[in-house]
Design a protein. Structure first.
Length: 193
């Protein structure tokens, strides 16, 4: 289990801009990761600007609670075994750090529902004291492209990403995070949620 602060700046890209950046940064094979998103029926986590997901990549699954703060995103992670995944898919949180963090947000026992998947094909590059990610994501019969830069502070992350986009003559197109984009296009989600 780990808890970490994430400082991430991002911009949506066109497919052409995505390919341009791949050419500049170096063509690499993407790593595919599948995110399954969960919330209560009444979207209690969304109301607390939090999100719950299982991310599966390279045969390993990790449960993550993401919580928005003024400074960035706090993430609490724990590894999942198959029995833990089955428990969560039945609506119950497995024991561990994520459950403890959720109980501090939602003091009443809640049932969690899977709302669907978002698959990301990610290419990563070490870049200026951080990590640069080129993402091609597929969800709810849609796809998009984005660039993310994870830095040492929000100010540094925004500065580095802005500089790179400016150098490549790409207009910054602010992007909501993936979970927000997923839920905004989900048939389960309405503006009343």
């Amino acid at each position: 289990m780990t808890t970490e602060m994430e400082y991430e700046a991002k911009s949506l890209l066109t497919k052409e801009e995505y390919e341009q950046l791949q050419h500049v940064l170096g063509k690499k094979q993407p790593l595919t990761q599948r995110n399954e998103y969960f919330d209560t029926q009444a979207f209690h986590l969304k109301d607390k600007t939090a999100a719950l997901r299982i991310r599966t990549k390279e045969g390993k699954a990790v449960l993550t609670l993401k919580q928005q703060t003024d400074e960035g995103m706090v993430e609490t992670h724990q590894k999942l075994e198959e029995t833990d995944q089955a428990l969560l898919l039945s609506g119950t949180l497995p024991e561990g750090a994520v459950k403890i963090a959720i109980e501090s947000l939602l003091p009443n026992t809640c049932v969690f529902y899977p709302y669907g998947q978002l698959t990301t094909h990610r290419i990563t590059y070490p870049y200026k004291d951080g990590l640069l990610c080129l993402d091609h994501s597929e969800y709810n019969h849609r796809e998009d492209y984005e660039i993310e830069y994870e830095g040492t502070s929000m100010i540094q992350a925004v500065e580095v990403l802005t500089e790179l986009l400016h150098q490549q003559q790409i207009t910054c197109k602010p992007a909501a995070n993936k979970v927000a984009r997923f839920f905004s296009t989900s048939p389960h989600f309405t503006d009343s949620n």
